[in-house]
Design a protein around this ligand. Structure first.
Ligand SMILES: Nc1ncnc2c1ncn2[C@@H]1O[C@H](COP(=O)(O)OP(=O)(O)O)[C@@H](O)[C@H]1O
Ligand SMILES: [Mg+2]
Length: 254
């Protein structure tokens, strides 16, 4: 008897016919125009494109922090239709499933690093003692194990970015979304961070979505989607038979 082929897992995120506008009437700005994108499990997907083309808006909608226009065909994250969830349900969904690294880091200045990194675990109801222990482990993974008691303003930009990355990883979310994560990092720490993202994406149930213009990290991508003026204009799947295209290998120019 022939057994049926295994069901292929659904993508981590499916976006179809996604539209987003800001403002009303004459000042209405149509920022995302019928965007289609699949973020596959087990992949590192990178999103590139010139400043202002809509990258941050798109990843914020996938993360559930921004609502798409009602005229959107599909917005599914781990099989959950985000358009059907209430604001409170989206907040709960995000707390367990999404780790978001903001362009501006968004660390809490009055908390030390271990406390900052503990926040997603505390939101989930983990005890402060257990959360702090886990936070220290992840801080060590990003090379800041000896700075747990420091405050954000005692760190360089690159160090603050690594704290933001630790905070996005600490609760082991299934989808890590980052807005230009390596921009402030030197080559060595950029490599450390990409290895962490690769270890996340090696897990068949998890995925990483990165907005970047840092061509040093393009070789880590499984898929690179290029945006321009609110649209996805090109998608490259990269594997052993499809190497990084020359125009990306030689850098991306804004
Ligand atoms: N909250 C907002 N209100 C009005 N316009 C916005 C808002 N957020 C973004 N925009 C506009 O949407 C466009 C895309 O912005 P963004 O997604 O931040 O681009 P990118 O991340 O690619 O630089 C820009 O023209 C920006 O000014
Ligand atoms: Mg942006």
């Amino acid at each position: 008897m022939i057994s049926p082929p295994p069901l292929s897992p659904s993508p981590a995120a499916i976006v179809r016919g996604l539209n987003k506008s800001f403002g009303d009437g004459a000042s209405r700005l149509h920022v995302l125009k019928d965007v289609d994108l699949e973020v596959r499990r087990g992949d590192i997907t990178m999103l590139i494109g010139p400043s202002g083309c809509g990258k941050t808006t798109l990843i914020s909608i996938i993360a559930g922090t921004l609502k798409p226009d009602p005229a959107t065909v599909q917005l599914t994250v781990f099989d959950q239709d985000l358009q059907k969830l209430s604001t409170a349900a989206i907040t709960r969904f995000r707390a367990t499933n999404i780790g978001f690294i903001f362009q501006a880091f968004n660390l809490i200045p009055t908390l030390n690093l271990a406390e900052n990194v503990s926040v997603p675990l505390l939101i989930q109801g983990v005890s402060a003692r257990v959360a702090e222990k886990k936070a220290r482990e992840v801080l060590a993974q990003v090379g800041l194990g000896d700075r747990a008691k420091s405050r954000p303003n005692q760190l360089s930009g690159g160090q603050q970015q690594r704290v933001a990355i630790a905070r996005a990883l600490v609760h082991e979310p299934r989808l890590i979304i980052c807005d230009e994560p390596t921009a402030a990092l030197d080559a060595k720490n950029g490599q450390v961070v990409m290895e962490l993202f690769e270890s996340v994406a090696r897990s068949p149930d998890r995925a990483v979505l990165i907005v970047t213009h840092d061509n040093r990290i393009f070789p880590h991508a499984n898929r690179i989607a290029s945006m321009d003026d609110g649209r996805i204009v090109e998608v490259h799947d990269i594997d052993s038979t499809h190497p990084l295209p020359d125009n990306l290998r030689h850098g991306f120019h804004q």
